[in-house]
Design a protein around this ligand. Structure first.
Ligand code: C2E
Ligand code: MG
Ligand code: MG
Ligand code: MG
Length: 289
């Protein structure tokens, strides 16, 4: 009986596994076509300083699948990385974000900057730096309006190589950020040498701010960042209590559902119009925080 049960359990798992890998293959083939079919879109999430001034946007990929609806990047980015599809997809993201910024500037919506996530495979493409340089050159976007986000693991896979790449990107004038900071295993020795502008404090630490330990960690990250000359931005800020703590801990900037969710272009444009203030140095966007 135990044997029979064992076997049926086994059969159950293999069936499930087969189903899963069939789904994976199907999704992979569909992802391959998604670019051509214009099923990929960029959403943009506002980032602000502690006065509620808009300082930039993060571009976040969305896949509007014809049957499955909106597929989360948490699901398809790993698939795109394993299959290598992240390389053309990542190029499209860069092109699209730059073109969008350009179009906003032409319409006098001078959004300060846009941050684009780079995956490990994309970062290691031999022509990445040249491609970024070409895209910036072809557009009239000032390079400091583009920020590239790298995670600690991407950078530390081969730190010396990464350092060289980061320096070349930095020389183009683009800004660099370390995403999900604190979740990897940053070598402080390297961190000191990286030409980084911002550290993004991972959402998990922001969530832990309700407890003493969480406060200690965020305080340590902010103080480390500031002593190395980096700006800090907290990700995933959802409550006024978290914001108050971050303020006390001298975190510089915030991003999270408390202020704004990632939005489609039309939604974001409506959001910008609602928050616009016209000043002597041009427009800015401010909201109550
Ligand atoms: P990430 O770069 O750390 O992006 C932040 C994620 O946190 C986004 O999830 C965003 O929607 C979510 N978020 C922002 N504020 C809050 C909040 O207050 N509460 C909660 N619970 N979540 C919040 P999203 O858009 O699902 O993206 C997930 C991850 O997928 C990103 O994490 C990034 O690693 C990856 N990703 C997204 N777009 C791209 C892309 O264009 N290229 C690459 N390589 N990766 C991307
Ligand atoms: Mg990011
Ligand atoms: Mg992050
Ligand atoms: Mg993340």
């Amino acid at each position: 009986r135990a044997k029979a049960e064992g076997r049926s359990t086994f059969r159950f798992f293999t069936a499930q596994m087969q189903q899963r890998s069939a789904l994976r293959l199907k999704l992979e083939a569909e992802l391959r076509r998604a670019l051509d079919r214009k099923e990929l879109q960029l959403y943009y999430q506002p980032q602000c300083d502690m006065h509620g001034r808009l300082i930039g946007l993060e571009a976040l990929l969305r896949w509007q699948h014809p049957e499955l609806g909106m597929v989360s990047p948490a699901e398809f980015i790993p698939l795109a990385e394993e299959s290598g599809l992240i390389v053309p997809i990542g190029m499209w993201v860069l092109e699209e974000a730059i073109a969008q910024m350009q179009s906003w500037r032409e319409r006098d919506l001078r959004v300060p900057s846009v941050a684009v996530n780079l995956s490990a495979l994309q970062f290691r493409q031999p022509l990445l730096v040249e491609q970024v340089a070409r895209l910036l050159h072809e557009s009239a976007l000032p390079p400091e309006c583009l920020e590239l986000e790298l995670t600690e693991s991407v950078v530390l896979e081969d730190p010396d190589d990464a350092l060289g790449l980061m320096e070349r990107l930095h020389q183009l004038g683009v800004r660099l950020a370390i995403d999900d900071f604190g979740t990897g295993y940053s070598s402080l020795n390297y961190l000191r040498r990286f030409p980084v502008d911002r550290l993004k404090i991972d959402r998990s630490f922001v969530q832990d701010l309700e407890q003493g330990r969480g406060i200690a960690i965020v305080r340590a990250i902010v103080s480390l960042a500031h002593s190395l000359g980096f700006v800090t931005i907290a990700e995933g800020v959802e409550t006024p209590e978290q914001l108050a703590q971050l303020r006390k801990l001298r975190c510089d900037q915030v991003q999270g559902f408390l202020f704004a969710r990632p939005m489609s272009v039309p939604q974001l444009e409506a959001w910008l119009l609602r928050h616009r203030s016209v000043g002597p140095d041009g427009d800015s966007w401010t909201f109550e925080i």
